[in-house]
Design a binder for this molecule. Structure first.
Ligand code: FE2
Ligand code: FE2
Length: 271
């Protein structure tokens, strides 16, 4: 089995679905009269739906050259959706979409995820991976910010009358803001901070909080699906942020294994 093929397909299967869902969330937040933006969002939905289907049709036995070309094609599509997301962010921040329902931070957030995906694809095709200690810090800085944002989105999209849940979301937001600062501190202390005990403790601490946020998101998703709580959160958005937490946890586990020398396999490198 070719590791390059397997990792490319894994990455594309996960992120193409994410990009497809971003297109849906953006579309839901536009106003009825924004027909041009709605059409563009629908176009991206179809593009990533197609990419996702093709990624599932390929297997680990597919010719690596074919996967290399596929990665380049997906990279191009992701660049386009990134431009679209930044354009929408610009329209919101210049008050050209009054009354639309996407928070600027959410649009920035989904553009950062597109940028991350694009960098992963470039890295896979270049065959250049960051050294493990750098990858550990960079991936955690990226994903801790993503998790901190999710907690804020949940807190703001729940109905204000769901006081208990809003409080819990705020606690997660504070917790992840702290972890993000700690990660940035560790980053600025590079390379002296890249010792095995410090990196291992860093991963342990992050894992505990991510696992607890994942459980909170799962509960929220189940409650929203069963219509047991008041919110303007789309059930698919609740599931989407839950899956991103599961993805981050899997990355933390891979790093932990690599750090303790249990995994000879190549790691997810940083963006
Ligand atoms: Fe996302
Ligand atoms: Fe996200």
């Amino acid at each position: 089995m070719d590791a390059f093929v397997a990792r490319s397909l894994e990455e594309i299967r996960f992120w193409a679905r994410i990009m497809k869902e971003h297109s849906l969330f953006l579309r839901l937040g536009f106003r009825c009269e924004d027909t041009q933006l709605i059409q563009e969002a629908n176009g991206f939905y179809a593009v990533f739906e197609g990419i996702e289907a093709r990624a599932h049709a390929f297997t680990a036995a597919t010719d690596p050259q074919q996967i290399r070309a596929f990665n380049a094609e997906v990279h191009n599509a992701v660049s386009h959706i990134w431009v679209f997301k930044r354009k929408v962010l610009g329209l919101i921040l210049t008050c050209q979409l009054p009354g639309a329902n996407n928070f600027p931070l959410l649009v920035d957030h989904v553009s950062r995820e597109a940028n991350y995906f694009r960098n992963r694809l470039a890295e896979l095709n270049n065959g250049r991976l960051e050294p493990l200690p750098d990858a550990i810090i960079d991936e955690n800085v990226f994903f801790l910010k993503i998790m901190a944002d999710h907690a804020k989105f949940i807190g703001h999209l729940l109905d204000p009358s769901e006081r208990k849940l809003v409080d819990q979301a705020r606690e997660f937001s504070n917790d992840f803001d702290q972890l993000l600062w700690q990660a940035q501190d560790l980053s600025s202390m590079r390379p002296q901070s890249q010792t095995k005990p410090l990196l291992s403790q860093f991963l342990d601490q992050n894992r505990v909080s991510v696992a607890s946020l994942r459980d909170f998101k799962k509960t929220a998703r189940d409650l929203i699906e069963a219509c047991r709580i008041k919110s303007i959160i789309h059930p698919l958005l609740a599931d989407h942020v839950y899956r991103e937490a599961v993805h981050f946890l899997a990355i933390i586990d891979l790093f932990e294994q690599a750090l303790t020398g249990q995994a000879p396999t190549p790691l997810p490198a940083a963006h």
